[in-house]
Design a protein around this ligand. Structure first.
Ligand SMILES: Nc1ncnc2c1ncn2[C@@H]1O[C@H](COP(=O)(O)OP(=O)(O)O)[C@@H](O)[C@H]1O
Ligand SMILES: [Mg+2]
Length: 340
């Protein structure tokens, strides 16, 4: 039986959808930092992955985030930097989810919209044929060697997964013109689907995303308190949808600050959407606006309101935020791989 896997390569997190199994893996690889393993913490393979590639070893995902001194994020400036490094992370992810020897696999994967065609092509070339995967669990030292046979890999722009899953769920099988706004951590991707195809001139990517919010909040809080605040630490505050932060033992309200920057960033995103769709041919009619990515939790409603107020849609119901905006791309890619 052929296995179907959906992978969404985000700027901060790789999402994997494989039947009932869903994984969120930080988009990081790092150099091994031996001697720090063996604690009493989480011993799951997911959080302790080492990929062994010939004489080289890489920490992948959460292990790289927590233990590697030298680590690299797979994406920067809203695009996947290199096919080779992305390949390392995907191999580890496949080693994590596949348990049977010689399994046949079809993969559909999405990359940020700004990723070069070159990187996309290389990635689909690498992810083909027989792969020998060797991984190790850093906590238990258990090794897993597996050989898989990849029949086909499709590499597409990230938000296409959500387009597919949302339209399928709606039962709309005809290609309806749709604008997807995927608010990630390091970039916001805008994908315009016109007559069932991605339209390059009306699609694009912008740097304003959730890390813009955490960077600006960190700066403002730093000025206010004099303490050094790392934007990264504020990511959890955003994720947990907190309205206060604790700095130096004191609690500060961030409600106004967050509200202020949320509004500003939403405006920038909407302006870019308007600019991009102005290049559409006059016969285009955008039926749906779909807002996805983890940023939809924070910025989704502000952007939705702006789209409705700007009368970009005929009815408010046509602005959609999927039920699980973080996993909607990966789920869609899994469905696409099944359709192959
Ligand atoms: N449930 C949630 N509530 C609020 N924010 C979230 C939630 N899940 C993820 N986020 C935040 O949304 C941002 C974008 O996440 P994601 O779409 O996974 O980014 P990317 O695809 O660029 O890796 C991240 O900063 C993340 O912390
Ligand atoms: Mg994303």
């Amino acid at each position: 039986m052929v296995q179907h896997i959906g992978i969404d390569l985000g700027t901060s997190t790789i999402k994997i959808s494989y039947g009932d199994e869903k994984y969120l893996i930080p988009s990081l690889i790092g150099e091994p930092n031996p001697g720090w393993g063996g604690g009493v913490g989480d011993k799951s393979l997911e959080n302790n992955m080492i990929l062994i590639d010939g004489s080289e070893k890489w920490y992948v995902g959460e292990l790289a985030r927590l233990q590697s001194e030298v680590r690299r994020s797979l994406a920067s400036d809203g695009q996947m930097k290199s096919a080779e490094e992305t390949f390392i992370a995907i191999k580890a992810a496949l080693g994590l989810i596949i348990n049977e020897e010689d399994e046949e696999i079809v993969i559909a994967t999405g990359v940020p919209v700004a990723t070069s065609i070159e990187v996309m092509k290389n990635l689909s070339k690498m992810l083909k044929g027989t792969l020998e995967i060797n991984i190790e669990n850093d906590a238990t030292k258990e090794k897993k060697n597996i050989s898989i046979n990849i029949k086909k890999t499709l590499v597409m722009p990230e938000p296409y997964g959500t387009y597919y899953s949302v339209l399928k769920e709606k039962g709309a099988d005809e290609a309806v013109d749709t604008v997807l706004i995927d608010i990630g951590h390091g970039s916001t991707d805008i994908l315009t689907m016109y007559q069932g195809r991605p339209m390059r001139t009306a699609s694009g990517s912008l740097r304003e995303a959730i890390d813009t919010l955490t960077n600006r909040m960190a700066k403002a809080l730093q000025e206010k308190t004099g303490a050094i605040i790392k934007p990264f630490d504020l990511m959890m505050v955003v994720k947990k949808q907190r309205d206060t932060v604790m700095i130096g033992g004191q609690t500060y309200s961030i409600e106004d600050l967050k509200g202020h920057y949320t509004k500003q960033i939403s405006k920038v995103i909407i302006d870019e959407v308007l600019r991009l769709i102005s290049s559409l041919p006059p016969d285009a009619f955008i039926e749906y606006y779909i807002i996805c990515g983890g940023g939809a939790y924070t910025l989704g409603n502000a952007i939705k309101d702006a789209i409705i107020e700007g009368k970009l849609v005929s009815s408010p119901e046509n602005v959609i935020i999927p039920e699980d905006p973080v996993l909607s791309n990966a789920k869609g890619f899994e469905m696409i791989s099944m359709s192959q």
